[in-house]
Design a protein around this ligand. Structure first.
Ligand SMILES: Cc1ncc(COP(=O)(O)O)c(C=O)c1O
Length: 377
């Protein structure tokens, strides 16, 4: 895979793209988490081949898709799972909501800021939400275990984790995950972990570790999907890994007619992605790493804005509190930039910048970023 593939502009207007439909022609979108790159050619061909069969009926999980996923977990993360632990879904967010419902207790513990659909899970589950802010330590956002523990009620039974972390770009280390697992063990919590960004580790000193592999004794729900790293979120597919039989049964029963079939095209895409041994991921991550550095360098030159190093994901998390803006996202939009407002993630005064785009688009965005910051400073 050559860098040209990522440099090539693809016109997404006119495709009803969520990202590109939100704003008019004067605003460049760097918000919702999909990338402006075509999916890998091999994946597109696998979907086209399935399409050429011509009959697109209801589809059970194909055995080769299951085998590809099991092989991927073994190869990438040394995790041996059995096929019966796996429940395929049309998306990660439904899986997160099902887990929130079946995890028991009256409240869910959520470290924030976090991908905004997490914050709706307690409401959907009829439970209370307990949020605990990450703290900035030596330039990195970390979970404060003491504050997490102090926030628990006697009837809290689950914690919702996002790792790699959207929006801060953290890839939690083994010691942090071990401490979290220990907290869950001590306080009888089910650990629900969204690991959708696991293949997007940009910092070569970091390694993704599925938290469930560190705590096989705990009830865990781990959610994976190929859709971020292979840029197929519109195709939709995810898989929940639930080793505990009782939890798995409850999860499946909670479908309750609300979860639809996974599409045969989604299975074809997932199967290709989980069997992928091309240079797609190394090339993509190298390109994104450079984009993240370019963004970080640009932000470092601007007054009143701070950004932490992105270890994983393609999301920059910018602290604009010093600019004193009442509505930060609206201010940047007036300067031609479509960004996510941190308030939706539980952190007003922050903005999320999606740098999964050709470098030329990013550079055009950075010129606008500078103009917006200087106008506010
Ligand atoms: C952390 C995280 N989880 C889940 C999703 C969405 O998952 P899905 O579209 O499979 O429901 C996203 C998309 O941005 C995400 O960043």
């Amino acid at each position: 895979m050559i860098a040209d593939y990522f440099d090539a502009p693809v016109d997404r207007r006119g495709t009803a793209s969520t990202k590109w439909s939100r704003y008019g022609p004067d605003v460049l979108p760097f918000w919702v988490a999909d990338m402006d790159f075509k999916a890998p050619p091999g994946l597109l061909e696998a979907v086209a081949e399935r399409l050429r069969h011509g009959v697109l009926g209801y589809t059970d999980t194909p055995a080769p898709t299951q085998a590809a996923f099991i092989g991927w977990l073994r190869r990438r993360y040394g995790w041996e799972v059995s096929a019966e632990w796996l429940i395929w879904l049309p998306g990660v967010v439904p899986g997160m909501n099902l887990a929130g419902r079946v995890a028991g207790g009256d409240s869910l513990l959520i470290p924030t800021p976090v991908y905004h659909p997490f914050l709706a899970v307690p409401r959907h589950a009829g439970k209370a939400s307990i949020t605990v802010a990450l703290t900035l330590q030596d330039g990195r956002w970390v979970m404060d275990m003491e504050r997490l523990e102090a926030a628990l009620t006697p009837d809290t039974r689950a914690l919702l984790l996002c790792n790699p972390q959207n929006p801060t770009g953290r890839v939690y280390e083994r010691s942090e995950l071990m401490a979290l697992a220990e907290l869950c063990r001590r306080r009888g919590l089910t650990l629900v972990s969204d690991e959708i960004h696991c293949e997007l580790v940009l910092d070569p000193t970091r390694r993704h570790i599925p938290v469930a592999t560190l705590a096989p004794d705990l009830p865990t729900v781990t959610l994976f999907s190929p859709n971020k790293a292979y840029n197929t979120p519109g195709v939709g597919s995810a898989v929940a890994v639930i080793p505990n039989p009782a939890l798995r049964l409850a999860f499946r029963r909670a479908f309750g007619g609300l979860i639809s079939h996974t599409s045969p095209l989604a299975y074809a895409a997932a199967q290709w992605a989980y069997a992928d041994e091309t240079d797609w991921l190394p090339a993509l991550n190298a390109y994104l790493r450079r984009n993240g550095d370019v963004l970080q360098d640009a932000v470092a030159r601007l007054p009143g804005v701070a950004m932490t190093h992105v270890e994983g994901t393609y999301l920059g998390w910018m602290d604009v509190r010093e600019l004193g803006l009442a509505a930060p996202a609206e201010h940047f939009e007036r300067h031609g930039l479509g960004l996510n407002d941190g308030a939706a993630f539980g952190a007003p005064g922050f903005l999320r910048f999606n740098f999964g785009c050709p470098r030329a688009t990013l550079e055009a965005g950075l010129t606008r970023l500078e103009g917006a910051v200087l106008a506010a400073a």
